[in-house]
Structure formats: structure tokens, C-alpha cells
Design a protein around this ligand. Structure first.
Ligand code: ADP
Ligand code: ZN
Length: 607
């Protein structure tokens, strides 16, 4: 079979997504690969398809044992002989898996990195033909990343001890250059073929709200998404507890997750979400890595997270099956201070030299600053975010709260020149100001300070923007910061000029800023079910799916994703051929579930 045929036969997908086919082809040709793709882009397919085409057993190294069983179940549902070995299994299961491996019946084996260090596992791998090792969440090897795992450092050693070096595929959603270089170096990838797909997730709506009452806003968001699950991220355990309790008191089906709970409770609460037994998970950032629940319809950040990397990763857990989903951040200025505090009090890593620690801290602060701009600047959120990750995009996405907020265009080219020249004249006098103080100067507001420096008489740019409102003046400065025409630096951040500023003064480009007409924050309020779907049929299909999932002891999305059910609602298949054309239906699922679902569709058609 060709990769394309495997994709259709086992996974029921008609075509590869961006990047998948190239990565697969190179792996099959024996070349190492590094795939950097956002959450939900479909990284797993990139090693699962080659695993089925290569002889022997592919080993997948994955950090979270609590989720391995789900991944294995999902593969088995598609008729792929998969297995896992980890410390959470009971003896009988463990031995049975070993037997299956020895008989050559396991084509894809999931293992936690800790496993690689055990002699027993090593011997097993030395006796087995291993053509491919896939390293999932590969950024865990890097100390720059936020999920560093020391056990990932042992992967290279493990590979060296195999009789034949397998081809290696490394996959991650973390984009920074340092992390990518660490992955290549530490895993010992040999001239890897690299794919970095675009980071944009078009199906996600991004919103920023600044509500007076966050909890009320949260409840509204949850109520606007009745048929889907959601995740609410909070910055502290205490807040998780409180929000969960308050939601439950309103009769909302919610559960909690943070590092202070017992393993048992964490596992149970996570399963409740995966199995659609509760609809809202309130959690700290401890929740989510490796969770591939595909039907998360919204992610709310109750606090602004510490950086855009975390934000994009966490928000990205929404809409993994490609359905429309909402990512909403409830911003409040106090979140900035809270994060600042967390950075300052974060545990020091004694193993690192002082200067490295200092660099890390500086980097953290810089990232926090960029995260804050994301919330306060008024341009397209998607544009800002993609730009942060080094991608270019239009200034307008039409699918974020800023774009939807009815903007009007304002030519600020002139104002920008005035602002920069004012800063320049102040610098000449060795005077440095932050956004608010500069706004006062630009608008000619007389304060004790302006008097002391005799600005009205001595500064030609004093009051140069007196016709611009205070709010707009600040917005223009923030826009210049977000677009990197200006910098903020220092402990008490002050505005400074840099090379870009010089360029602006010289080249005088036209600068257009979009300003908000209304103050009402819009929300996509994406209904979980798209308008062209017959909701009553969709609900019936969900009900059968739930029954089947319970019987098979797997999460419902492992049987079919919401996207697959919606495709059924569109195509209304009542023959095997038609059922196979549904996205996400391969041969095994047709055989196992075709009848049950087609019966419902047939009955629905005749009513
Ligand atoms: P991630 O990159 O985050 O690991 P996954 O591998 O979990 O993403 O894939 C996300 C979702 O996309 C899964 O439901 C998967 O089955 C689906 N998917 C992957 N490849 C394709 C494809 N070529 N066509 C349609 N759906 C796909
Ligand atoms: Zn936008």
C-alpha cells in the first residue's frame, strides 16, 4: 500500500494535511525528520503511517503515561496493532504486551522515556527489529522549553545501544529556534529534513475581554457553548478550587485539575472530561500536555498566562478536529503583576550558572511583556501572535475579537513621527518616560514634573498631540510598540528608540491603525454545531457514540470525532461506500460501527 492508501484505509482520511506527506516520505526514505507543527495539525499521522509501511516495530517515545492507553486504544479502533509499556500497567497486561511484541504482533509501541533506561526494555528492543523511533513532544529535551524532562536526555544513549540505528522522527509544537537546535543536537538527528508548517489555526476564534466581573463573563461563555467541552485555565491552584466550586454551585458540570491533587483524583477528573462525563475542566497549566481530546469547543484563560508560547499551546487545545472553536482570554491588569511575581519567585535551578539563570529570567520578563502587549494592543490578535512566532500574515483575520469589533482605519503616520521626535528630544536631555507620562507630555498636560523641567517653554514637542484623546494617544504608542517601531526597556519600563525607530523617522512609512468604534466586546459564541448541520440528527449520533464508547471503555472521540459525526450529518450515508467517504471512517470503523450509525441515519431520513 502507499501512504495515501494507508491514510484512507486505516484512518479514513481522504488526503494529507500540510507537511504530513513530505515528512512521511522522508522517513520512509530513511532520513531523520524534524516536524514543527501546531497542536492539532496532525503530527501523529506522520509516524503512524510509516510505522505501518515499515517492517518491524516502531517505538514512539511520549512523555505522558496517563494518556498512552488512550492513544493505543484509538489506534486499535482503527485496526492498527499498537501497544504500550509503562509503569502504570498491571503485571498481566505488561506480560501480555511483551508476548505480543515477541510474536511480532505490535507495529507501534508507545513508551515513556523513563522506560528506555531499564535494562529489560533495552534488551527487548535489541532483539526486535526497530526501523523507526518517533519522539513526540520533542521540545522536552530542551531546557529552554517550559516542559523540560531530564529523562529525554537519555534518548540518544538508548538509540546508540540498538544494533542498528533506526531512522528518527522528532515532533513538537514549540517553534523557537533555540529549542529546535537543542532537539537536533541532543537527539543526534542526522541532517534532518525539516518541516515547519504555518502556525495559524484558522478554525480558532481568538478573543480578549476585560470584564469587570470575570466569573460572570466565564459563565456566559460556558452557557454559549452548551454542546461541547471546555477548558478554563487559571494561574493558581487556589483559583482553580474557587472557580470550580462556584461553577458547580450554579449547577454547571465542572471538575478541577492541578498538581496539588492526588494522582488518582487527577486521573479521574481528566477521564471525566475525556469521556464526556463532565463538560468543563478548570485547571492550572499542569493540565493538557498530550491531551488529544478532539472536541474541545472553547478554552478560556481566566488569567493572562506568562507568555504567548504557553497561551498558544493551551488555547490550541480547542478545536483539534478542525471544528470552529473559541479561545478567550479574560484580561485584567493585575494578571501582569501576578505573573511578574511568579517569575520573581520561581524556583532557582541551582545546577545552572548564575549568568544563565539571569538570562532565563530576562527572557521570561521579555516574554511577559509581549504577552501583555497582546492583550492591550488594538490590532488583529492573530496577526500579532503569528508575527511573534515569526510568521507574516495580513493585518486582518476577521476571526478575532479585535477584527470583529468594527474598526475604523486611522492614519497615524503623522502622529507616529511626532511621538518619536518627542522621545528623541527628551532623550537628548537624558529624560526617559513610560507610556503614561509620555502621553501627558504629548498632550501638554501640566504636571509638577513638566513644570520642574519647564517643558512648556523648552520642549518644542510639548503638547504636540493635544487634539488627540488620552486613550487614543496611549493606543497609538502601544501600536508603535506592538509593531516594533519603539521599545520598552529597563526595570521601570521606559520608552526607547532603536534602529527601527530611526528607520521610521527616515523613511516615514504610512501607518494605519485600526481603532475600535464600539466598546462592547464581541464574542464569536461559536455554537458547537455549525449552521448547516441538522442538530437533532447530530444529537442522536452523539447518543449512539456515547453508548458504544461506554461499552468499549474508550472516550467517545476515539469512536468518532465530532467532525466525523458532522460529516455524517452532511453526507447522510446509508451504504458502505458512502459511509467510507465520511472523514474519519476507515475500514475497521465501517465494519464495527457502520450499521449502528447508518441505522440512525436511515431512520432519520424517513421521518
Ligand atoms: P497533533 O499535531 O496535535 O499531535 P494529532 O495528531 O492529535 O495532532 O491530530 C489532530 C486531529 O487531526 C486528530 O483527530 C487526527 O485524527 C486528525 N487528522 C490528522 N491528520 C489528518 C488528515 N490528513 N485529515 C483529516 N484529519 C486528520
Ligand atoms: Zn484578527
Amino acid at each position: 500500500m502507499t501512504p495515501q492508501e494507508i491514510l484512507q484505509h486505516h484512518f479514513g482520511y481522504a488526503s494529507f494535511r500540510k507537511g504530513q506527506e513530505e515528512l512521511i516520505t522522508h522517513l520512509l526514505d530513511g532520513q531523520d525528520v524534524l516536524g514543527i507543527m501546531p497542536t492539532g495539525a496532525g503530527k501523529s499521522i506522520c509516524y503512524q503511517v510509516p510505522a505501518l509501511l515499515l517492517p518491524g516495530m516502531t517505538v514512539v517515545i511520549s512523555p505522558l503515561i496517563s494518556l498512552m492507553q488512550d492513544q493505543v486504544n484509538a489506534l486499535r479502533e482503527n485496526g492498527v496493532p499498537a501497544g504500550c509499556l509503562n509503569s502504570a500497567m498491571d503485571d498481566a497486561d505488561y506480560r501480555e504486551t511483551l508476548r505480543r511484541i515477541r510474536r511480532g504482533e505490535v507495529r507501534i509501541l508507545y513508551a515513556a522515556p523513563e522506560r528506555l533506561e531499564t535494562q529489560h526494555f533495552l534488551s527487548l528492543c535489541q532483539e526486535t527489529e526497530i526501523p523507526l523511533v518517533a519522539v513526540d513532544e520533542a521540545h522536552c529535551v530542551s531546557q529552554w522549553g517550559q516542559d523540560f524532562r531530564p529523562s529525554y536526555l537519555k534518548i540518544a544513549e538508548f538509540l546508540e545501544q540498538l544494533p542498528r540505528r533506526p531512522v528518527i522522527g522528532a515532533f513538537t509544537a514549540t517553534a523557537t529556534k533555540e529549542v529546535a537546535e537543542d532537539i537536533v543536537r541532543i537527539l543526534g538527528l542526522q541532517q534532518p529534513f525539516r518541516v515547519t508548517t504555518g502556525f495559524d489555526r484558522k478554525n480558532l476564534f481568538f478573543g480578549i475581554e476585560q470584564p469587570r466581573d470575570k466569573f460572570r463573563a466565564l459563565v456566559e461563555i460556558i452557557r454559549a457553548h452548551p454542546d461541547t467541552a471546555g477548558i478554563v485555565y487559571c494561574l493558581s491552584r487556589k483559583l482553580v478550587e474557587q472557580v470550580t466550586a462556584d461553577l458547580q454551585a450554579l449547577g454547571i458540570s465542572a471538575t478541577r485539575y492541578h498538581a496539588g491533587l492526588s494522582d488518582e483524583e487527577r486521573r479521574k477528573n481528566q477521564d471525566d472530561l475525556l469521556y464526556d462525563r463532565v463538560s468543563v475542566m478548570v485547571a492550572t497549566n499542569a493540565f493538557g500536555m498530550g491531551i488529544d481530546k478532539s472536541n474541545v469547543g472553547f478554552v478560556v484563560h481566566y488569567n493572562m498566562p506568562k507568555d504567548l508560547e504557553s497561551y498558544y499551546q493551551e488555547a490550541g487545545r480547542a478545536g483539534r478536529d478542525g471544528s470552529k472553536a473559541d479561545c478567550i482570554l479574560l484580561y485584567n491588569g493585575s494578571d501582569v503583576r501576578l505573573n511578574q511575581f511568579l517569575i520573581e519567585s520561581s524556583g532557582r535551578n541551582e545546577k545552572l550558572p548564575e549568568e544563565v539563570q539571569q538570562r532565563i529570567r530576562q527572557q521570561d520578563e521579555e516574554r511577559l511583556k509581549r504577552m501583555t502587549f497582546y492583550c492591550t494592543q488594538t490590532g488583529c490578535l492573530r496577526h500579532y501572535m503569528l508575527r511573534y512566532f515569526g510568521e507574516t500574515s495580513g493585518q486582518y483575520c476577521g476571526n478575532c475579537s479585535r477584527c470583529l469589533a468594527n474598526y475604523e482605519e486611522l492614519d497615524i503616520s503623522e502622529a507616529a513621527l511626532k511621538i518619536l521626535s518627542c522621545i528623541y528630544h527628551l532623550h537628548k536631555r537624558k529624560l526617559y518616560y513610560g507610556v503614561n507620562a509620555l502621553t501627558d507630555i504629548l498632550r501638554g498636560k501640566e504636571t509638577e514634573k513638566t513644570e520642574r523641567y519647564r517643558f512648556p517653554e523648552t520642549l518644542s514637542t510639548f503638547g504636540i498631540l493635544q487634539d488627540v484623546s488620552e486613550a487614543q494617544c496611549r493606543d497609538i504608542i502601544r501600536f508603535l510598540l506592538a509593531e516594533e517601531w519603539l521599545t520598552l526597556s529597563g526595570k521601570y519600563p521606559v520608552l526607547t528608540l532603536d534602529r527601527n525607530s530611526a528607520r521610521l523617522l527616515q523613511e516615514r512609512p504610512t501607518l494605519i491603525m485600526h481603532i475600535q468604534k464600539e466598546t462592547q466586546p464581541p464574542r464569536a459564541a461559536a455554537k458547537a454545531v455549525p449552521a448547516d448541520i441538522d442538530d437533532s440528527l447530530f444529537q442522536k449520533l452523539r447518543a449512539v457514540r456515547k453508548e458504544i464508547a461506554e461499552r468499549e471503555h474508550v472516550p467517545p472521540y476515539v469512536v468518532f470525532t465530532d467532525a466525523a459525526l458532522q460529516d455524517m450529518c452532511r453526507k447522510l450515508p446509508v451504504s458502505d461506500m458512502a459511509f467510507l467517504s465520511v472523514s474519519g471512517v476507515g475500514h475497521v470503523k465501517l465494519e464495527k460501527y457502520g450499521t449502528a450509525f447508518m441505522d440512525i441515519i436511515r431512520a432519520h431520513k424517513t421521518t
